[in-house]
Design a binder for this molecule. Sequence first.
Ligand code: BES
Ligand code: ZN
Ligand code: ZN
Length: 516
Amino acid sequence: MLLLRRAVFPVVRTKCGRCFCSSPSLQMDRKGLVLGVFEKKGEKGNLQLTEAAAGFDRKVSGKLSELLKISGPGLKKGKSRIFYGIHEEFPCVAVVGLDDATAGVCGAENWDTAKENIRQAVSAGCRVLQDLEVTHVEVDGCGDAQAAAEGALLGLFQYDQLKSKKKPKVTVQPHGSADSTAWAKGVLYAEGQNLARLLMEAPANHITPTAFANTIQEKLAQHGDRVKVQKRSQAWIEEQGMGAFLSVSKGSEEPPVFLELHYNGSPDSKQAPLLLVGKGITFDSGGISLKPSASMDMMRADMGGAATVCASVVTAATLKLPINIIGLAPLCENMPSGKATKPGDVVTAKNGKTIQVDNTDAEGRLILADALCYAHTFNPRAVVNVATLTGAMDVALGSAATGVFTNSDWLWGELHKASVVTGDRVWRMPLFQHYTKQVTDSQLADLNNIGKYSRSGGACTAAAFLKEFVTSPHWAHLDIAGVMSNKDEIPYLKKGMSGRPTRTLVEFAAALAHQG
Ligand code: BES
Ligand code: ZN
Ligand code: ZN
């Protein structure tokens, strides 16, 4: 009779790795397999194996389907069941639930349900195997190898760089005849998001503005002539007349950096560049308008805009997308000190507009104001800025979607299309004059850095403020404060900083690249 057995790993005889003695020791070769099953629509409990699972089932003379029957009815979406010892090569096989085989793009959810189900199921399978100390996993492409690779790599990501005791690393590869090109693309998309997660999760004493810029420079070093990295110094920022940016950095001992990335993926074309601009506050204490201490540690991720933008440029370069992209990241800390900007101070931005800084915690819009002015000097085809800008954005949409404020229906359409594919969603927000009036009514200056009615519509007044620094007809501001971190809402991301919406930015750039 077939039994659900405990793991039986093939035993490999090797030299003792602990004390370098010559006596042989026992070491485990830990290999696992993730396979998918659909639940037949309207027939709860009636499972349908994917192509790869059916192939595997034939190899083990029907043992897999037999065990699935014995182990109970159905297999819900994202749930897994482990079978041990049914195949010599794979001591652990995780079968994961993919739900409805006929699922596709869902108008209500604004995403592709089939892709989301695959990401969720594959990540669950990989994690179960990781917990069983499996170190190499082969993954069923489940009919969409890109989504499967994304689920695997996003699900397995963990930030344990600073822990003495680390979980063993798990390597993954596509199983059987899965589409290897799509898999490779999924790997790069997920690695892009994981780079943003790494930068966001890292503590602020490790990822200073200088360390951030150096990390990105290192990542881009391998791309040769196609990529240029400039780390602009405080002196350069002063020369540019970026008084709003400098007013934020001046309370900190860490020097500001203005990071400028040029990716020339389409060097011979006359195509104007896509400008991506990311808020890079490596720590936001609030400045003199100090934040409460509860959860202040989360503000190490206030460079999430810069992280996702720079990770997208790195990914575009790795994918060799035929497009020209310029990535800009004003990087600094927002700290209180004797040199810090005080509420009521007036500063002058690069375009000459004066700003009354009534709240030093509304610093993101100040650094972006100058970065947006600079972005326009490149005559861009479109400008997209990304920022963990307002707590109000989190109140409005939570972590369901990034809020998009845009003056361009075309740009909205492109961003929305990209997000349906990636499942990292966007939702359109308003840019009414109603909000502009609230930031242009300042006692001392042209603009005030907070809305007149302070808390009401906070995400919208922040967007209206940024609009004052925009002349491009195709501009979008992405407020990512709500999607900055994950508890358990996105099942294929662990608890921690999310790196959202890197994959959506990459997909958007890829679509633009192919439009020429
Ligand atoms: N970085 C914060 C916004 C934020 C909050 C991001 C929570 C991620 C999670 C931003 O600099 C800020 O403090 N904004 C203020 C603006 C207010 C003073 C007008 C806010 O949202 O409270
Ligand atoms: Zn702030
Ligand atoms: Zn901030």
